[in-house]
Design a binder for this molecule. Structure first.
Ligand SMILES: O=C(O)CCC(=O)C(=O)O
Ligand SMILES: [Fe+2]
Length: 329
C-alpha cells in the first residue's frame, strides 16, 4: 500500500462482472478454538474511541470491560432484529467475477469462523506488534488501525521489514487456521478466473497478513499493493482479503481517479443493479493475475451492518470493520 489520495464518493462502475450463484461449497468451520479462549483472560486495556488514544497504546477491536475481558452488552431488541436481518442477508453464497483475475466470494466465511478470527485478532492485537496507528512519511495518518502478521509493512518506506520501526516489535506469526481458509477460498475461485500468471495449481505461500481495523470514519485511498517482491508481483500471486464486521464501500479501478473507479457497495440486494455487488461480513475478495495491480481502496464504512452473532459473541466494536489481506512476499 502506498500513500493514496483520499477517495470521494462519486464513483462509477465500468467493470466486467459475471455472477455465478451456488458455485462454491458451504465452508465448514475450519478454525480451531484453541487459541481464542485466552483472549477472555487478557488483562485490562485502556478505553479507546478508535481515534483519540495515544499512538503507542494497544488498540482493542472489541469493546473492553473495565476488568479486561470483553463485556458483552445486551443489545436492544431493535439492534437484535437489525443484526438478525444482516445475518440472514449475508449468508447468501455466490461467486462474482469483478474483472479477469478479481473475484468476490460472497458470504464465504462462516459466522463461527468470523467469530474465531475476531477473537484471535483481538488477542494478537493487544500484544506485542499489535494494533497501532500508522503514519505515512509525510506525517499524514492512515484512517485505520493496523497490525501486521508475518512481516511488518512500513508505511513510511512502503517496504517490508522484520521489526516495526516505531517500537521495535516483531510481527506475530500468521495463525495456520487463517491460511487454511485462504487456500480453500483460492481453490473455490479457480472455477471463475486465473489468479496468477501461471496455470493453477500455482504455489501461493502467504507470509504476510496486514490486518486493518476501520471505525466509522475509517477509509483507505485508492492505491496498488506493490511492496511485495518482484517475483511475487510478476507472477501475479494474489492478494486475498477477508472482510469481517461492518460493511464497507470498496472502490477499484485502473488509476487513482476516483471518478473512474468501480464501486463495490458492501450491501446486500444490489447484485443486479449497475455498478454494485453484494459484499459484506464474511466476504472474501481476491485479486491476482491480470488484476494484481488494480487500484483499490475503501471510501466508507456502514455502521450497524454486522451480523448479530458476531456482535453478541465478540462485542466487536460498532462501528467497526476488520480486514485481513494475505500476500506472499
Ligand atoms: O480494507 C480493505 O478492504 C482493503 C485493504 C487494503 O487494500 C490493504 O490493506 O492494502
Ligand atoms: Fe491494498
Amino acid at each position: 500500500m502506498e500513500n493514496p489520495h483520499s477517495p470521494s464518493q462519486n464513483s462509477i462502475d465500468g467493470g466486467h462482472r459475471t455472477s455465478l450463484t451456488n458455485h462454491h461449497p458451504v465452508t465448514p468451520s475450519t478454525l480451531s478454538s484453541s487459541s481464542v479462549d485466552a483472549v477472555e483472560n487478557k488483562k485490562s486495556m485502556k478505553k479507546d474511541d478508535c481515534g483519540s488514544e495515544a499512538k503507542t497504546k494497544p488498540f482493542d477491536i472489541c469493546t473492553p470491560k473495565p476488568s479486561g475481558g470483553v463485556s458483552v452488552l445486551k443489545p436492544s431488541l431493535f439492534a437484535v432484529n437489525r443484526g438478525k436481518r444482516n445475518e440472514m442477508k449475508q449468508s447468501s453464497k455466490e461467486i462474482v467475477l469483478l474483472r479477469p483475475g478479481m473475484v468476490l466470494l460472497k458470504g464465504y466465511i462462516s459466522i463461527t469462523d468470523q467469530v474465531k478470527i475476531v477473537k484471535v485478532c483481538r488477542e494478537l492485537g493487544l500484544g506485542d506488534g499489535g494494533f497501532y496507528q500508522p503514519d505515512y512519511d509525510d506525517k499524514t495518518t492512515l484512517h485505520l488501525k493496523m497490525m501486521c502478521l508475518g512481516k511488518n509493512w512500513d508505511p513510511q518506506t512502503n517496504k517490508y521489514v522484520d521489526q516495526r520501526p516505531s517500537d521495535g516489535s516483531v510481527p506475530p506469526k500468521i495463525p495456520p487456521e487463517f491460511l487454511t481458509l485462504v487456500h480453500s477460498a483460492l481453490e473455490d475461485s479457480h472455477s471463475v478466473t486465473r489468479l496468477s500468471n501461471s496455470k493453477p495449481p500455482f504455489t501461493f505461500l502467504p507470509d504476510i497478513c496486514i490486518v486493518n481495523f476501520y471505525s466509522q470514519k475509517g477509509r483507505l485511498g485508492l492505491h496498488q499493493d506493490k511492496a511485495e517482491s518482484k517475483p511475487s508481483l510478476s507472477a501475479g500471486l494474489p492478494v486475498v482479503s477477508f472482510s469481517i464486521g461492518n460493511s464497507a464501500e470498496f472502490l477499484y479501478g485502473d488509476g487513482r481517479d476516483v471518478d473512474k473507479a468501480n464501486k463495490v457497495v458492501l450491501e446486500s440486494g444490489d447484485v443486479d443493479k449497475a455498478n454494485k455487488v453484494v459484499l459484506e461480513s464474511g466476504d472474501v475478495l481476491i485479486f491476482g493475475g491480470k488484476a494484481r495491480n488494480v487500484f483499490h481502496g475503501v471510501s466508507a464504512i456502514k455502521p450497524d451492518s454486522s451480523p448479530i452473532s458476531l456482535i453478541t459473541d465478540t462485542n466487536l466494536r460498532n462501528p467497526g470493520r476488520l480486514n485481513l489481506t494475505f500476500r506472499q512476499y
